[in-house]
Design a protein around this ligand. Structure first.
Ligand SMILES: *Cc1c(COP(=O)(O)O)cnc(C)c1O
Length: 236
């Protein structure tokens, strides 16, 4: 488990280096590290927690709900849970009840369900709209043309607060394509921020493209394998 601490130190160093490489330089506190713990046991989450991490990302609703409940029972109550996986409508109830931030919203039906199912007495669910920036047909995320309608719709829902945009670049994109994809998401946020001032977050960058994302203005990188090691299995 010592390894997780070392890995985290290395990732924070990478974030700092990328911020230094920006012109003008960015402060490393302007980029949040989201530790992506999907498929990993809660012991590993506790290890990252012990070294100061508080933001964790999960992709599979049922697996996540079990882990969140177990950790809450053990007193880990100040973790901020981010949902980052594809959202099936029959899972929105779990997601609305257990997560603080949902980054992977890409259609209106899901927005409406999350709004309805956010339990009474909880703060509005923070949401990012996932935009398809990879030019791949089957990829996750709404199309750029759909974004204004989703933002408008979300602004009418009392239990939803849209805080930013999320994007995943193509896995084998070269540096130039990565920069172009991330720059596009940055530009979209600029474009809609005047109308929606709360649109401040840009969740972009993973283990292999963190640097390019930070150089294009990322405010949150979602890192899994560089912290917790490769994922051995993939649950649907
Ligand atoms: C799994 C996942 C990540 C983390 O990927 P790594 O390459 O392991 O850092 C980030 N974002 C999303 C949407 C993911 O599903």
């Amino acid at each position: 488990m010592q390894k997780i601490l070392e890995n985290l130190n290395a990732v924070h160093q990478q974030i700092t280096d990328a911020c230094e490489a920006c012109a003008p330089k960015r402060d490393s506190s302007s980029v949040r590290l989201l530790c992506v713990s999907k498929t990993k046991p809660i012991e590993m989450i506790k290890e990252a927690y012990a070294s100061g991490e508080r933001h964790f990302g999960e992709s599979y609703a049922l697996e996540a709900v079990d882990k969140i409940a177990a950790l809450q029972e053990q007193g880990y109550r100040d973790i901020v849970w981010h949902f980052i996986g594809p959202i099936q409508s029959n899972k929105t109830k779990h997601i609305a009840a257990h997560f603080d931030i949902v980054e992977s919203v890409e259609r209106e039906k899901i927005l409406v369900r999350l709004n309805e199912q956010r339990p009474e007495g909880m703060a509005p669910l923070q949401v990012m709209i996932q935009v398809n920036i990879s030019h791949e047909e089957q990829k996750q995320g709404c199309e750029i043309e759909e974004l204004p309608v989703l933002l408008q719709k979300a602004s009418e829902l009392p239990n939803i607060e849209v805080i930013g945009l999320m994007g995943v670049a193509r896995i084998d994109a070269d540096d130039e394509e990565l920069a172009a994809s991330f720059a596009m998401l940055f530009k979209l946020r600029e474009q809609y921020q005047s109308q929606y001032p709360k649109l401040t977050e840009l969740s972009m960058g993973m283990t292999h493209d963190l640097k390019q994302a930070i150089m294009q203005g990322s405010t949150e990188v979602r890192i899994g394998s560089a912290i917790f090691g490769e994922r051995e299995y993939h649950k649907a």
